[in-house]
Design a protein around this ligand. Structure first.
Ligand SMILES: [Zn+2]
Length: 176
């Protein structure tokens, strides 16, 4: 599968946002700090309570796109997410490679985040198919993933879940 590198990593950011543990009220600030390479250097990472709520809604929408089971449902959720995006593409070589950024560089951090994940997710859906998004098959997990494997064979969010499930299946066979 030939992903555009930036679009491909932008969808990874979307997936990480959807899978972030949002139980701590400070979760969004922590998420932004641990992903600050995505934002224009110097962008303040503080969010108001209202912005934190909006980040939460964005994460929920990304998840809704990934778990949707029909194309109509995927497109409806995706368009809800795109309404929140403020795309303003610009070309840059800041990391040594020419590529496009989706959000204007001086946008507030929430706008940069929302726009990047919405555009990254959309790009994968329209170029590679919504079936590339899915929910982890491991029991009790529920994380979402994007399948970048050549033969679209991914079923788990992580290697941890894959090996946990392999061990569980092995034990089940042993018992039977
Ligand atoms: Zn998992």
């Amino acid at each position: 599968m030939d992903y555009d590198t930036y679009g491909s990593s932008a969808v990874e950011l979307a997936i990480e946002l959807a899978n972030a543990d949002r139980t701590d009220p400070e979760w969004a600030r922590a998420f932004l700090s641990s992903h600050d390479e995505w934002f224009t250097p110097g962008t303040p990472l503080e969010l108001s309570p209202r912005e934190t709520h909006q980040a939460d809604a964005t994460a929920e929408l990304v998840r809704a796109v990934a778990v949707a089971q029909t194309q109509d449902d995927v497109l409806a959720r995706l368009n809800e997410l795109l309404v929140l995006a403020r795309p303003h593409p610009y070309a840059t070589d800041h990391d040594g490679e020419l590529h496009l950024h989706y959000a204007r560089p001086d946008a507030p951090v929430l706008e940069q985040l929302t726009t990047t994940v919405a555009m990254g997710l959309s790009q994968v859906v329209v170029q590679h198919g919504w079936q590339r998004l899915g929910v982890c098959s491991a029991e009790g997990c529920g994380n979402v993933y994007v399948d970048t494997s050549r033969n679209a064979s991914r079923r788990y969010c992580s290697n941890t879940c894959a090996s946990r499930s392999t061990v569980a299946a092995y034990r089940a066979r042993q018992k039977a």
